[in-house]
Design a protein around this ligand. Structure first.
Ligand SMILES: Nc1ncnc2c1ncn2[C@@H]1O[C@H](COP(=O)(O)OP(=O)(O)OP(=O)(O)O)[C@@H](O)[C@H]1O
Ligand SMILES: [Mg+2]
Length: 395
């Protein structure tokens, strides 16, 4: 089957569909790196819309001419252990970039790195050897600054060392939204990042994450007052249109047959989000014309598969956070109404609301809150219907 699973991060050329315009636009802008004026790009879009696979495709296409590194911030050890700090980010980036450079045609020799690390500029004394490359161990706030500078300078250094072979370096930093975990220190971190990046003549940065243009972190980065204000180019990846989904499925999965109202229902269920389009299409019965009712029934039956990621997220919420979501199932509410329903003060809901919004599970517009993930909502309704209660965490 020429259709990827929703969890595949790297698609074959046969599996990858559409997005010609976005790819061309991003590639053209990235090409300015070769002229010594590298861009900073922010690729945003809702969960499952196809940001990661798009970036990996662009990486593949530019890899011959550029040194392209893809980093997933959510896969860093600091984040995974729930202890994301500026220091852990730098350590993880260092670890990752050095390995990537070595894996490519750009081995940065162990001796050279060690020497660089201990030269006057950086002066990091504690350096240990891990699997054949030097790992600096920062021990103080001062060390952190030195290490950060060193790590962020590495890509430009890699370029200078190999400028005869490459046109520039492109760093893709995905799952940027996890930086929200830095909390109050996020701003300072972004300004620091910017101050280093802006002096690099041959390194382009592509940030990406499950964010939308209305997200507060976007304003902090790309807004007029933001750290990168004005300098950052934004591109939002949007779900597939109905026409795109139709031709996509006809081409890639001809054994999936819809009656007219069946397709309409399919689009309504998946909202054109490729993650759901692929997963749901793979699960549906083939070679049999599907109408509205069949698609609807199958949607409810397969919800636990479609919602896997969201169910995981749900499981990590506190009871209060879960309760807030369930209150929003039937109607959008203001914070005041929710506080009333929960019998608590509005003030005490600040934390939970912030977390739910940061995770993209709820959103507010004109001070009214709604559930941001229709599939999560559908799953909760199904659970309630099947079992009579919401799947609250057991306390
Ligand atoms: N252009 C495409 N052609 C075909 N399938 C796609 C395309 N884009 C995305 N998909 C499908 O959607 C899935 C999710 O895509 P991807 O992981 O890139 O989303 P994302 O926007 O990075 O999501 P997240 O915000 O959760 O990281 C892919 O594994 C693939 O199955
Ligand atoms: Mg992604």
């Amino acid at each position: 089957m020429d259709i990827a699973w929703g969890t595949d991060a790297e698609l074959t050329d046969e599996q990858f569909y559409n997005r010609d315009g976005e790819i061309l636009w991003i590639k053209n802008i990235l090409e300015t790196t070769s002229k010594g004026s590298p861009p900073t790009i922010m690729v945003v879009g809702i969960r499952g819309v196809g940001k990661t696979v798009l970036l990996k495709k662009i990486k593949k296409e530019l890899e011959d001419e550029y040194l392209v590194c893809y980093t997933d911030l959510s896969a860093t050890s600091g984040y995974q252990m729930g202890k994301l700090t500026e220091m852990s980010i730098m350590e993880d980036l260092f670890d990752f970039w050095v390995k990537e450079f070595r894996g490519k045609r750009f081995p940065t020799a162990h001796k050279k790195l060690s020497k660089l690390l201990s030269t006057k500029n950086y002066g990091l004394r504690e350096i240990i050897d891990v699997g054949g490359y030097p790992v600096p161990i920062p021990q103080s706030e001062d060390d952190y600054k030195k290490l950060s500078k060193f790590v962020l300078d590495l890509p430009q250094k890699a370029f200078e060392e190999h400028s005869d072979k490459i046109k520039g370096v492109i760093l893709v930093i995905d799952e940027f939204q996890v930086l929200k975990d830095l909390g109050g220190r996020l701003d300072a971190f972004l300004w620091f990042l910017r101050s280093v990046i802006q002096n690099q003549k041959n390194v382009a940065y592509v940030f990406s994450g499950s964010l939308t243009s209305t997200d507060s972190i976007i304003a902090k980065i790309a807004g007029g007052e933001g750290a990168f204000g004005g300098r950052m180019l934004n591109v939002e990846i949007t779900p597939f249109t109905e026409d795109t989904v139709k031709s996509y499925l006809e081409e890639k999965l001809p054994s999936l047959i819809f009656k007219e109202d069946g397709f309409n229902r399919f689009y309504q269920c998946t909202k054109g989000i490729p993650y759901y389009v692929n997963t749901f299409a793979k699960l549906l019965k083939k070679d049999d014309p599907l109408g509205d009712k069949e698609v609807k029934d199958e949607f409810y039956r397969t919800l636990p598969f479609l919602a896997v990621d969201l169910i995981n997220q749900w499981g990590r919420l506190s009871l209060q956070e879960q309760t807030i979501i369930t209150k929003l199932i039937n109607e959008p509410l203001r914070r005041k109404d929710i506080a009333e329903k929960l019998g608590v003060t509005t003030g005490s809901l600040g934390g939970p609301f912030k977390k739910l919004q940061e995770r993209g599970l709820i959103k507010s517009q004109d001070r009214v809150y709604t559930i941001n993930e229709p599939i999560l909502k559908a799953w909760l309704i199904k659970e309630h219907k099947d079992k009579g209660v919401f799947p609250f965490r057991s306390i």
